[in-house]
Design a protein around this ligand. Sequence first.
Ligand code: NAD
Length: 252
Amino acid sequence: MIASDLRSGVERLGDMIAEATIIVPFTGAGISTECGIPDFRSPGGLWTRNRPIPFDEFVASVEARDEAWRRRFAMEATFAAAKPGRGHRALASLYKVGKIPAVITQNIDNLHQVSGFAADHVVELHGNTTYARCIGCGQAYDLPWVKARFEASGAPDCTICDEPVKTATISFGQAMPEDEMRRAAELSQACDLFIAIGSSLVVWPAAGFPQLAKNSGAQLVIINNEPTEQDDMADLVIRFDIGETLGPFVGN
Ligand code: NAD
């Protein structure tokens, strides 16, 4: 069912939230646009400005690594200034009262953690851009460390194993994190309400979780201001702004 107006959509969502015992949200870039972080596919989104650098290019070419870090530091002011929006805060409220055990996210901006979720309860399918890791041994580095080396001599390598250091994100062509994929599947199968929020649902395998939840017996809600390919499967589609839709669920 597609909500005909925002008010009836919010009301129906409120009823579904009240009836549900275990709610699992699945978030994409759209939940963070009101925080000033552009999404990928909207007009003006990151995709329209920069072609993503696939993992094999990052590994193979020092120019690609330099470009990846140039882009990351160009976004630093945006990421650093971003505060959780109404969507993040509404989910944090439902987490606080025990309705949400954990959030599955495609986002890399750390805003669910900032909004009040314990880091353990944020299942990051595509990693996190607020720190870096060696792609060889996995050693973590903070961004000021990377920046100092980048400015002195370009994209840095690991001090332990000499492999390249990359933001702790999953690039196209890079293997998905096994533990996170397993936890996301378990959460999708265990919930009775699954809410996909601000995702175009085209990036696979992440986009498979709404379907898994639905096939496992959960009700499915999709909140996105544009149609998605999975709308037909949903019990409720709210095609309105995320902040406006979830704002009423922000607790005290
Ligand atoms: P996407 O850009 O493909 O889709 C975002 C969707 O959200 C779009 O359909 C857009 O119409 C909708 N949207 C944007 N603002 C909205 C709003 N205020 N209200 C309602 N709908 C809104 O994003 P995706 O599906 O998450 O896939 C892109 C990939 O890019 C992700 O895997 C993620 O790793 C990465 N990414 C992350 C961030 C972030 O961390 N904030 C930002 C950009 C890209």
